[in-house]
Design a binder for this molecule. Sequence first.
Ligand code: 4AD
Ligand code: MG
Length: 483
Amino acid sequence: MSQKKRTKIKDILQLAEANVTVTVKGWVRTKRENKNVVFINLNDGSTINNLQIVGDPTKFDEATLKKITTGASLSVVGLLVASQGSGQKFELQAETIDVLGVADPEKFPLQPKKHSLEFLREIAHLRPRTNTFSAILRVRHSMIFAVHKFFHEKGFFNIHTPIITASDAEGAGEMFRVTTLDLDKLPKTEDGKVDFKEDFFEREANLTVSGQLEGELTALALSEIYTFGPTFRAENSNTTRHLAEFWMIEPEMAFYDLEDNMDLAEEMLKYLVTYALENCQEDLAFLEQRAKDEESTKKQEERSELSLLERLRFVADNEFVRLTYTEAIDILRNSNYNKKKKFQYLIDAWGADLQSEHERYLVEKHFKKPVILIDYPKEIKSFYMKQNDDGKTVAAMDILFPGIGEIVGGSQREENYDKLTNRMKELDMDAESMWWFLDTRRFGTVPHSGFGLGFERLMLFVTGMSNIRDVIPFPRTPGNAEF
Ligand code: 4AD
Ligand code: MG
């Protein structure tokens, strides 16, 4: 190992033997010192583990030692030796220490004490320097990688679908507008409306809520594709499970029916969870302990029965329960929660939209397993879903997870041109502007299916965090776009 070139702490801790001179660079987590020795815990983000640096205070000038405080950045050259202390294999005997950047202890907000997650959200620019957030970001990277690995190994092609679109795939009207018009001097048409012909795209444009529609276009050529991109929703829901900007994985497959679709989604979720268990052990061990500490502050009935790692193994090893919306409504209607009015929204009739309390009841109380619900009433689902023969339901599927509720939403798609356009008419949609989408149903249409996995919902499950704002580096929520 060259002396000048930086060695990552992760690689150092994996060395078989000590007695090598190395250069490490990173940020000080803690410093302790007495007359004879100074101990510095250095972290460079390559691993959750710190490298302990020991120095003889008489070998360094006082000014340098003073600048070594929590948060300061250092470059240290020294001899790696077997550690005397417990808890670490090696320590570094410092020969030279360069302070790259100071962090005034009076002003640096991250001190070696437990900060609340709420406080850390206010300093989202610095929170990656904590154990919790660096662990989450490393796991997040592994999950991104595992998503691509899974689909690549299955022969799916990754497609970049547009971020700026003129359509509303979900039809929920929750879009952020994209415009270059001067908001103080809006051009108007004769009947007094904003004249979008004058706008950049010469039409109304917005940030996409889903890559699905373009995904369908390419699946009807390449057979099996997936998108993994940012999606945007201007829904004003201030919950622990909603973001205004989130990442979604959307596979779309020609020649798949609903059952094929469920099989793929279940296989994917198990693969991703297994990948985390096998490749993120140290970070998950830390996050498991963090979750345990958090749980211990909760009331007994709010605690989960399984620990984080047990929950992950449970999902990886068990078959998901599959049932219809109609069966689920019967279970919910007859449940004690409904009878004793423990649900905020009581279930009385078929057709009700399920709230996350109902989804979680099914998963956590009734089945105690992940659940795939299919065949929802068409009124509460999107226009593109395949219409079942009963005239009432569509071939939708939602996957419900413990602690989360809906993690995946998808369906078989309506491939019949007449049925699809009739449904669009019923919903008062402008079919003309979606001529390109409808063309797939006019030319070589095939049965096809797809789904969307909310990446941050997956991250909530894998990390055991309880607020979605904590599993994305810089969250976007109503009133929050600071960093
Ligand atoms: O159920 P959704 O709205 O489905 C679609 O967008 C389809 N076009 C997907 C498809 O079939 N290709 O969203 C899919 C998933 C949800 O199950 C949830 O996990 C996540 O995206 N999601 C959100 N995650 C964070 N914040 C939000 N505001 C979310 N809205 C949906
Ligand atoms: Mg949904």
